[in-house]
Design a protein around this ligand. Structure first.
Ligand SMILES: [Ca+2]
Length: 329
């Protein structure tokens, strides 16, 4: 496999405007205290998170989707509910985040604003532990007692990746490297080849999805907490496989070195715990925040979606009351 390190220079010219805005944000972030503004939160080392509302979505792919289950993984489509809101990092974990938390940077492609790569699952878990140890206090102060950083479950990851979409990618049915950093010479849903960058790019270079998350498709694969196994079709509310079914962990979203089909929202690959060499240069992580209380965010800080949440809560209340009334009769 060949790497073209100067591809970054080519990319830099086309994304300088984005980079300038981004750098301005980073500069202001480094001095800023943790804060919540509407649906966004930034921790004290400048990692940005976005609120992902609770909801139900179609997880997996329709049987008509081209290249589904191409490497043998189960993509059985079913309705899945994410019962509690969570916050997800807007970006893949950057090397600046990793280093700020004291992590040893083993990335193959170096750059503070590139995603950390060559992350083994064990190192991903250690990073989560360190983040909770070092920054747990500010997290609990904002998100309630028991709030924690974590890796997403597969279901949380796919829900956030789709951001309401049901197509192969959150931006539509085709990808050739223009919309995300994948191997553009192997396009999907189109015959027209696109850019072949052959290395990671700075996070946030491509357009975000509808929920403001960048690089959910491509750049680096992202570890999820689940062991890989065929889906348990009965497990449809906050599904997660932590019971040890399977021997590998799940990776999602495709990467710079991989064909476009593999970046589909429903695609699941898996790997053993340790990732070495150039294969590892495709593997990174993205953190989520699991709030500690059931309803502290809206109550404490107000929220652009407060009305919508209140409506849902009223509906749920009405439903449960109806059930209670029927039960009494
Ligand atoms: Ca990614």
């Amino acid at each position: 496999m060949k790497f073209f390190k100067n591809a970054f220079l080519k990319a830099a010219a086309t994304c300088c405007a984005v980079a300038l805005i981004y750098l301005a944000n980073v500069a202001s972030a480094q001095d800023a205290a943790p804060r919540v503004a509407g649906n966004a939160w930034r921790n004290s080392i400048g990692m940005e998170f976005r609120r992902i509302p609770a909801g139900t979505f179609k997880m997996g792919s329709p049987v008509t989707e081209v290249d589904r289950e191409r490497w043998g993984s189960d993509e059985t489509q079913r309705d899945v509910t994410i019962s509690r809101e969570f916050y997800m990092s807007v970006y893949e974990t950057r090397q600046r985040d990793w280093e700020a938390a004291g992590g040893k940077n083993l990335s193959f492609f170096r750059g503070a604003d590139r995603p950390v790569d060559s992350v083994s699952f064990k190192n991903a878990q250690r990073f989560v532990e360190v983040m909770n140890k070092k920054y747990g206090e500010e997290l609990e102060a904002t998100f309630g007692e028991g709030a924690r950083y974590d890796l997403p479950t597969e279901a949380q990851w796919e829900y956030a990746c789709r951001a309401g979409s049901e197509t192969a990618f959150s931006f539509g049915a085709s990808l050739n490297g223009v919309e995300a950093n994948v191997s553009g010479s192997k396009p999907y849903g189109t015959n027209r080849p696109g850019p072949q960058i052959d290395e990671t790019t700075k996070v946030g270079k491509y357009k975000p999805n509808a929920w403001g998350l960048y690089d959910m498709h491509g750049n680096v694969w992202e570890w999820c907490v689940d062991w890989y196994a065929a889906y348990d079709e009965k497990d449809t509310v906050d599904p997660v496989n932590l019971a040890g079914r399977g021997s590998n962990r799940v990776l999602r979203g495709g990467a710079w070195a991989y064909d476009a089909w593999s970046a589909r929202a429903a695609n699941r690959v898996n790997d053993s715990d340790v990732v070495f060499g150039t294969e590892g240069a495709s593997v990174g992580i993205r953190l989520i925040i699991v709030p500690g209380d059931e309803k502290p965010l809206v109550e404490k800080y107000g929220d652009a979606h407060a009305e919508e949440i209140a409506k849902r809560q009223r509906e749920e209340f009405e439903k449960s009351r109806e059930k209670q009334i029927k039960g009494v009769r």
